[in-house]
Design a binder for this molecule. Structure first.
Ligand code: LLP
Length: 419
């Protein structure tokens, strides 16, 4: 096998198998996860802050495969949820209701009931939703999501703090929050925030955390304070991009929390809520080159990696490193610009534009790196394509199926009354 890139080889990513063996066994495209890397990331984050009531909620929206959730749980992490579906998946993976934080946004009374019935922690995202939650669950416990007024993120679509985003309650509404809680006999147990996704420098996160602690003082005794997620990973590893300095951020947070707890005499649980940091780098998406062509000056590699399988490049112009694997001993050509496209009937179906790769050939495998977060989780059946299988490579190098590929029958099932 000839490889351009070589990151997966250096990290023994595929264990005892080759990408060709995996795709011929489980089909292409295929999501492959490496358990050792997943556990490693869990452990780094679990030790981020030196404070006895520190905990980490894994943001299950980034990857909700229950096999991965179970591994995350075994590392002592908790989980968040954005919907009844994610609550179900967290519970199926063995998280207890106490360990699940439902961070709601514009939900129905039924969804609040669903969460309250199961006893999971709930955060609400507006005064009107606080009223609704109070009427559904009078006498219960609640948390409110505050908008710290600052945001950060890799793309405007994923910045969630600041006045121009839909998230959070303005801190100035503290009194109204207290009134609504009193009227419904709700106990305010926590406050949370999330400023946005994918920061590579900790400053904005640290500043927002400091601000949330300051605001916490106006909310009486709280059981927990949640600083949110957003911890970035280097998506340009093949260019040598460095990592987020987690140790430095951890020291900053530890100092903040120490000062605040000493000054206020309070000891609430302090939580962070990363998704991507934990799940991105343990995942690689494998796809197959089915066609090569030149349209004028542009050289295309036509693959099965449509935006139904990985939406990030199309949605956010996100970069994912791509490795090329070729069966056979013939040396690879010098890299030239190649535009890697999928099999979806839209011209925007581009995974990478003018990427420097050895001219691909039919049956080469392309390995899209760092695809474990917001990869399978955002896949769809558009063009009635089948969402791919997912495979886990264990520490001993063995591999197992942790989600089968969709079947044509799965596509037909919701339409049984019509066909
Ligand atoms: N907490 C809350 C309330 C969130 O809304 C999010 C992500 C997280 C935690 C976890 O953020 P993370 O640590 O993974 O950055 N689909 C986009 C990312 C959307 C993030 C949405 N919220 C992407 O593929 O880049």
């Amino acid at each position: 096998i000839q490889i351009h890139g070589g990151h997966t080889t250096r990290t023994a990513f595929f264990g005892s198998a080759t990408p060709f063996e995996l795709t011929s066994r489980y089909g292409s495209p295929l999501y492959v996860y490496n358990e050792t890397i997943l556990r490693q990331r869990c452990r780094e984050i679990a030790h981020l802050v030196d404070y006895e009531r520190f905990s980490v909620n894994f943001s299950a929206k980034s990857n909700s495969n229950p096999a991965l959730l179970r591994i995350v749980r075994s590392e002592g992490l908790k989980a968040d949820a954005m919907s009844p579906g994610e609550i179900c998946m967290d519970l199926a993976a063995g998280f207890t209701p106490d360990d699940i934080f439902f961070i709601s946004n514009n939900v129905s009374a039924q969804e609040f009931e669903f969460a309250a019935d199961r006893g999971v922690r709930v955060s609400v995202d507006s005064l009107s939703q606080l009223e609704l939650f109070g009427s559904v669950n009078p006498g219960g416990s609640v948390a409110v999501r505050l908008n710290p007024g600052v945001g950060a993120g890799h793309h405007k679509k994923v910045v969630t703090g600041g006045k121009e985003t839909k998230f959070g309650i303005a801190p100035e509404d503290a009194e109204t929050i207290a009134d609504i809680c009193a009227r419904h006999r709700l106990t305010l147990r926590g406050i949370n925030q999330h400023i946005g996704s994918l920061f590579m420098e900790g400053d904005a996160y640290l500043a927002a955390a400091a601000r949330l602690l300051e605001l916490a003082e106006g909310f009486g005794e709280l059981d927990f304070i949640d600083f949110g997620g957003g911890f970035g990973v280097p998506y340009r590893k093949l260019d040598g991009q460095g990592r987020l300095d987690l140790a430095e951020l951890g020291r900053g947070l530890t100092a903040l929390i120490r000062d605040w707890t000493t000054r206020t005499g309070r000891k609430p649980e302090i939580m962070v809520e990363p998704g991507r940091y934990i799940s991105a780098e343990c995942g690689v998406l494998l796809g197959t080159v089915h066609a090569v062509k030149a349209n004028g000056p542009t050289h295309f590699a036509g693959t099965d990696l449509g935006f139904n399988v990985l939406a990030r490049p199309m949605l956010y112009d996100s970069h994912h490193d791509i490795e090329l694997h070729r069966l056979g001993g013939e040396p690879l050509a010098e890299p030239t610009p190649v535009t890697v496209v999928g099999n979806i009937c839209e011209s925007g179906d581009i995974i990478a534009r003018d990427r420097m790769l050895p001219a691909p050939r039919e049956n080469d495998i392309l390995a899209v790196l760092d695809a474990g977060a917001y990869g399978h989780a955002m896949s769809s059946n558009y063009n009635l394509r089948l969402r791919p299988a997912e495979v886990l490579v264990a520490a001993d190098g063995s591999h197992s199926l942790i989600r089968r590929r969709d079947s044509l029958d799965d596509l037909l099932a919701p339409y049984r009354m019509a066909v």
